[in-house]
Design a protein. Sequence first.
Length: 316
Amino acid sequence: MKKILTIIIPSYNISRYIDSIMPHYLCEPLFDKVNLLFIDDGATDNTVELLKPFSKKYPNYIAIINKPNGGHGSVINYGVNIAKTKYFKVVDGDDWVDPKELLRLCEYLDNCDDDLIVSDFMYEFSDRSSLSLGFDEKRQFKYKIHLHNATFKTGIWKANNIKVREKVFYEDSQYVLFPLEFIKKISYFKATIYHYRCDNPNQSVNPMQQLKHKDDYIIVTKDLCDYLMRIWPNQQIDQKIKEYILDNTSRILFGGYEICSSKGLSFSESVKLCKEMDSIFKKYPLVFKQMKKRYKKYRYLSFMNYLGLRIYLKNN
């Protein structure tokens, strides 16, 4: 039976998660349908040593790929390049899948030719869980696409040489948005396949990591602006998709202004970073025109939060 899905697993220093994630992958019916690529991105712990027994036992199912450190984006680029199946999915090394739901997805993919399949995923906190749905009837563009719930046709990426930026945080927004200009058909598969661990202090969404990697926000935002400006005049791209890309670029922008209000920055540092965010959009007239109201609102809300926090800390 020909395999249908490659799962790319960035595996940088994930040794403490191996025991908890591997049982979710060792579902025998998956062996004939899935390739697991654990891509070691220059790990400095014993991740590879812990994975080797699994690779040795299941050589036609589990592969360990070693490469120099290049960041999460480089793992995606590398994994897509070597993937040999019709579809691929990225699952971060500290997260896990529901094997029964993954098997259902594979059976769906066996009879599917869509360019992108969107499913659901679960946020996993140490004290609670919450579900994110990939489909919303109320939205003009009904899909809500994340790294965690997207399954792409491999050929779309290879044929169009799609690459995400390497050696930065937050490139997952590029992973979701860059392929959309080439997507002709999307479907929703109702299954909660991906479980996203939310208590890892090294995650990019952790406030301290956001502050540490604030420059990456600038880089990623500029990339998204360039991308949006390039595709916006293209009449062959569905306007709903372009609006979706615009909305998500706004969301990334909001993240940058949130960093401006961090209590880890002085007021002068906050002003400097906010002005730097502002300057981006003045260099992109089309983006500035489309986002003017949005970005002003985000900026003011950010400073309101910042000043409110300062007042609270001063009086408590």
